[in-house]
Design a protein around this ligand. Structure first.
Ligand SMILES: *Cc1c(COP(=O)(O)O)cnc(C)c1O
Length: 392
């Protein structure tokens, strides 16, 4: 007979999901109520208010899509891309490639701007793409590339799009709650994120927000959006309006309790303070890793504090180290993707997982594992380097 499933207790320091705080897990286990229950509708309204604060936006259309980050991405593209629309898509990692797929599947024409994996999106290349394609209607790019640990300059990129009268679609799945993100100030038109990265919620929900300009393009569509579930015009009858809600789909009630709680936690800490916390623990992790001779893939100026991509030391077996960390320390770190597979590790410091205990665990577990495997690294210096950052 198959019995109940009890997952092992892990520390999640990969590219997501991240550690979920006990407060969020407890919120999730509260009684399920009807999704049109007045008490639930009130909670939905609070989620929208809290999401606006997290995104730093006043956009009325700010809501969680009832599906993972990939569905938030599709919600942006399926509503905003009309057949024949030219979209400038920036790719500097895995996720830009998915944006291209979306544009093409919804009948648009993707104009690609390519940058190396490990480099940020080049603002100059985007300017050149607009000069060559002045009829481009949308610019799409990833703010925080989780496949490489690179932050691109969202503010400068949005400025270029605005100068050319184009809308912007920005992937902030890994940035929301972990590093600076200002949707209104930067002029982002459509933004999507996820719950399982720096919000430290279980996966499965995707917060999105559309500006007035983006909403106007959706309202003016000549063709229906080719997705019933993600059509913003329909879903707003459920998530929008004052009090009155029309059934569209059944919201994942308990997952939304979790999102609500995680956003309350973020509000208590303060969004800016959360960014500072991620920056601090990143510095400590960096000091520890560098003290054992481990280097970063990305230039310091473009590093994401919440996703640390480091080069695997010469002669070390990637999979062996990761499984030793998992089996001996219950510690998960991420592998490299695509061309970076086997060459890098991706160490996440996301949301609730971004704390001093985890930094010390990761640095000491990695040092002892590498030393035991005979890697040629300096031993006995890393923890001192970590503590020096916290003492300063
Ligand atoms: C994780 C991630 C996604 C996809 O989110 P899912 O919840 O896995 O669908 C999209 N973009 C970026 C940058 C991500 O890190």
């Amino acid at each position: 007979m198959i019995t109940s499933f009890h997952p092992p207790k892990r520390t999640l320091m990969g590219p997501g999901p991240s550690d979920v705080s006990p407060r969020v897990l407890e919120a999730m286990s509260r009684p399920t109520i009807g999704h049109l229950d007045p008490a639930f509708v009130t909670m939905m309204d609070e989620v929208k208010v809290l999401l606006k604060q997290a995104f730093k936006t006043e956009n009325a259309l700010t809501m969680p899509v009832s599906a993972p980050g990939s569905a938030g991405m599709e919600a942006c593209f399926v509503n905003l891309v009309e057949p024949g629309d030219k979209v400038i898509v920036c790719q500097n990692g895995v996720f830009g490639g998915r944006m291209k797929e979306n544009v093409e599947r919804f009948g648009g024409e993707a104009v690609m701007v390519q940058d190396a994996w490990g480099a940020p999106v080049s603002v100059e290349k985007v300017k050149a793409a607009f000069a060559e394609h002045p009829d481009a209607k949308i610019l799409a790019f990833v703010h925080a590339e989780t496949s490489t640990g690179v932050r691109s300059d969202a503010q400068a990129l949005c400025k270029v799009a605005q100068d050319h009268g184009a809308l912007t679609i920005v992937d902030t799945v890994t940035s929301l709650g972990g590093s600076e993100l200002r949707v209104d100030e930067w002029g982002i038109d459509a933004v999507y994120s996820g719950t399982q990265k720096c919000l430290s919620c279980p996966p499965g929900i995707s917060p999105v927000s559309f500006s007035e300009k983006a909403l106007a393009k959706v309202q003016a569509r000549e063709t229906r959006a080719p997705s019933w579930f993600l059509d913003k015009k329909l879903v707003m009858g459920y998530w929008g309006g004052e009090g009155k809600r029309a059934y569209h789909h059944t919201a994942p009630v308990n997952s939304l309790y979790a999102l609500h709680e995680s956003l309350v936690i973020l509000q208590e800490e303060g969004v800016e303070k959360a960014w500072e916390r991620h920056a601090l623990h990143h510095q400590a992790l960096k000091a520890g890793l560098e003290a054992m001779g481990i280097n970063f893939l990305v230039d310091e100026a473009y590093r994401l504090p919440q996703l640390n991509t480091v080069l695997i030391p010469e002669g070390v077996d990637d999979a062996q180290v990761r499984s030793a960390l998992l089996n001996n320390f219950n510690l998960e770190i991420g592998a490299g993707l695509g061309d970076l597979a086997g060459k890098v590790w991706r160490i996440g410091l996301m949301g609730a997982a971004c704390n001093r205990t985890n930094v010390v665990l990761c640095v000491s577990a990695l040092e002892s594992t590498l030393a035991r495997m005979g890697a040629d690294i300096p031993v006995g210096k890393a923890l001192q380097a970590v503590e020096a950052v916290y003492a300063s």
